[in-house]
Design a protein around this ligand. Structure first.
Ligand SMILES: [Zn+2]
Length: 501
C-alpha cells in the first residue's frame, strides 16, 4: 500500500535498514514533521485505453467469474497460520514456513519451485516487565521493539521525559536525557490508505537511536498503531553505526494515555523500570520461496506477484502477511487452472523471507536476479492485510498508460477505482523499483489494519473469508493482462523525481 511521503532519492537508502514497513512504504527523513497527505484526485476518464482482443476479453471474464468463487486463499492462510504460526525472519519457524510454501506450490502445480537462501541477523525476544514505580505503582503493558538489546540485570530505571512527537525528541538538546527514559507519545492517525502510519512510524524506526544520542538509558514508545486496546505493537527499528543501542519497548495506547494523565494530574516526576531479556543471535538462515507459471511464448519475461512469508512473533502473522501469501498464490493458481495454455509471459510468485527485519529477502532477490531485472515486466505485492481492494495505482512509462488503463477498466468490475501513476509498489518491491522495474499497487482498505498489525491479535480471526475472493480475482486479472498484453513496455521507470504532494 502506498500513500507515501514526499521524498528525495537519497532517502531511499535508509529504507532497507528501517525494517519498519509491513504493508506500507514509508520514505523520507522528515516524516515526523509531515501531516497526512490528501487523497489524490482520480485520473481523468478521457484517456486512451487499449482495447482487449476477444479471446483475452473472454479469458478475463472467466478469471473474474472463477476468482469471485475461489475460496482457496482462505484455506492457505488458515493452514499456514495453524501449522506454522509466527515466522520471525531467521527463525526455525520461518524455515518451516519455507518447507510449507515449497510443498504447497508444488502441490498446486507451480513450476521451478525453489528456495533462494540468504543470511539474516537473528534476534530472540525474552520476557519483558515495565513497571511504573512512582508516584504510584502500575504494571505497564509493553513489548520489546525488534532487535532491542536486553536490559542489564535488574533492569534500567529512570525518570520519564515526555515527547508528544518524534520531532520533539529530535529537538531535545544533547545530553538532556542523561540517565533518563525517553517516552515518545506520538499518536498514529487512522487512515484508509495507511498514511497515518507513514506519518508516525519514524518514531519507532529511529526513536531509540535519537534517545540514545541524547543520553537516555531506555525508550518507551506509544505503540505505532491505531488500536485502543491494551496490547502493544512491536516492529523494526534501526540505528546509525556507532550509536549505543538501548532497551526499547512499545507500550499499549491505554498505558500511554495513563502515563500522560498521571503526569498532568500529579505534576510529579514519573519513574519507571524496564526489565527486558532479548538478544541478537548472529547470522541465521533465511530465504525466498519462488514458484512460476511459465509463459507460453515469452517465458523469459516475468510478471512478479509478491508477498512475505515471515511475520512478527506476537501473533500468527495472519494479516501480515499470511493473507498476502495466500492471495498471490491463489491468484497465480487461478490463472494456471483457468488458462491451460498459460499466459504469454511467466508469472512468478515470490514469497519473500525476512521482510519485517529490514527487507532483507527483497534485497537478496534483487541481487540474485540483477541480470534478469530488465526482463521483469512489472511487479505487484500484497502486504496490507486482508480487506478488499479499492484502488489500482501504477508506476509505468507514460507510453504504457493505455495498457494499464485497460487493466484498470477491468478492475472497476471488482469495485476497484483507478488511481494515479505514482505507485511505489509494496515494501519488498523497493529494490526492484530502484532498478527501474515498473510496479502497481492493488490497495486494500487499511482502515483497521493498524489495529492489529504487529500485535498478538494478528490471527486468523481478523480475516473475513468473504473478502479474499475479490482480491484473488483482482491479482489474477492484473497478472494475466500484464503477462498477456503486448504494445508499449511498462518500463523501465524512474523511481526518483516524483512530484511532491
Ligand atoms: Zn507485511
Amino acid at each position: 500500500m502506498n500513500r507515501i511521503w514526499p521524498y528525495a532519492p537519497r532517502a531511499i537508502a535508509p529504507l532497507r535498514a528501517l525494517g519498519v514497513i509491513c504493508g506500507l512504504v514509508m520514505i523520507g527523513s522528515n516524516i515526523a514533521a509531515q501531516a497526512p497527505a490528501p487523497v489524490p484526485a482520480p485520473v481523468p476518464v478521457a484517456q486512451p485505453v487499449m482495447e482487449l482482443q476477444p479471446e483475452v476479453a473472454r479469458n478475463v471474464e472467466a478469471l473474474l467469474a472463477r476468482g469471485l468463487a475461489d475460496n482457496r486463499a482462505y484455506g492457505l492462510v488458515s493452514d499456514l497460520t495453524t501449522r506454522i504460526g509466527a515466522r520471525p525472519g531467521g527463525s526455525p519457524e520461518e524455515a518451516s514456513a519455507r518447507d510449507w510454501a515449497m510443498f504447497e506450490l508444488k502441490r498446486l502445480g507451480f513450476r521451478n519451485v525453489r528456495v533462494e537462501p540468504f543470511e539474516v541477523e537473528g534476534w530472540r525476544r525474552g520476557p519483558i516487565e515495565v513497571e511504573l514505580l512512582s508516584p504510584r505503582g502500575q504494571s505497564i503493558v509493553a513489548t520489546a521493539l525488534g532487535y532491542s538489546p536486553g536490559a542489564p540485570a535488574g533492569g534500567v530505571e529512570g525518570e520519564i521525559v515526555f515527547f508528544d512527537t518524534m520531532a520533539d525528541l529530535r529537538a531535545a538538546a544533547p545530553g538532556s536525557l542523561k540517565g533518563r527514559i525517553a517516552f515518545v507519545n506520538q499518536v498514529t492517525p487512522r487512515a484508509q490508505d495507511g498514511s497515518g502510519y507513514g506519518w508516525s512510524v519514524g518514531a519507532r524506526a529511529r526513536g531509540a537511536q535519537e534517545a540514545s544520542k541524547r543520553g537516555a538509558v531506555g525508550l518507551l514508545l506509544r505503540s505505532i498503531g491505531t488500536s485502543t486496546h491494551r496490547f502493544a505493537h512491536t516492529g523494526g527499528q534501526s540505528y546509525e553505526a556507532g550509536v549505543t543501542r538501548i532497551p526499547a519497548a512499545a507500550i499499549s495506547a491505554p498505558d500511554a494515555n495513563l502515563l500522560k494523565r498521571l503526569s498532568e494530574t500529579t505534576r510529579a516526576p514519573l519513574r519507571v523500570r524496564i526489565r527486558l531479556d532479548a538478544e541478537s543471535l548472529g547470522p541465521r538462515q533465511s530465504g525466498n520461496v519462488i514458484g512460476e507459471i511459465p509463459g507460453r511464448e515469452k517465458p523469459e519475461e516475468i510478471v512478479v506477484l509478491g508477498a512475505h512469508l515471515d511475520s512478527w512473533d506476537l501473533g500468527t502473522g495472519a494479516i501480515d502477511d499470511g493473507a498476502g501469501v495466500a492471495i498471490v498464490t491463489a491468484a497465480a493458481k487461478l490463472i494456471a487452472e483457468t488458462l491451460p495454455k498459460g499466459p504469454k509471459r511467466t508469472i512468478r510468485v515470490v514469497l519473500y523471507g525476512s521482510e519485517e527485519v529490514g527487507l532483507v529477502g527483497a534485497e537478496a532477490y534483487a541481487k540474485a536476479h540483477e541480470a534478469e531485472l530488465p526482463r521483469h515486466v512489472i511487479a505487484a505485492e500484497s502486504d496490507f492485510g486482508a480487506r478488499r481492494i479499492w484502488r489500482f495505482e501504477t508506476r509505468v512509462r507514460a507510453e504504457a498508460l493505455p495498457k494499464t488503463r485497460a487493466i484498470g477498466q477491468v478492475l472497476t468490475r471488482l469495485a476497484i477505482s483507478p488511481g494515479g501513476n505514482e505507485s511505489t509498489g509494496g515494501p519488498d518491491l523497493q529494490p526492484l523499483l530502484r532498478k527501474g522495474v515498473p510496479v502497481v499497487s492493488l490497495t486494500q482498505d487499511g482502515s483497521d489494519y493498524f489495529d492489529t498489525h504487529h500485535t498478538p491479535n494478528d490471527v486468523l480471526e481478523r480475516i473475513d473469508p468473504a473478502e479474499l475472493p475479490q482480491q484473488v480475482a483482482a491479482y489474477a486479472v492484473f497478472a494475466y493482462l500484464a503477462a498477456e498484453l503486448d504494445g508499449e513496455a511498462f518500463g523501465p521507470v524512474t523511481p526518483a523525481g516524483r512530484p511532491a504532494r
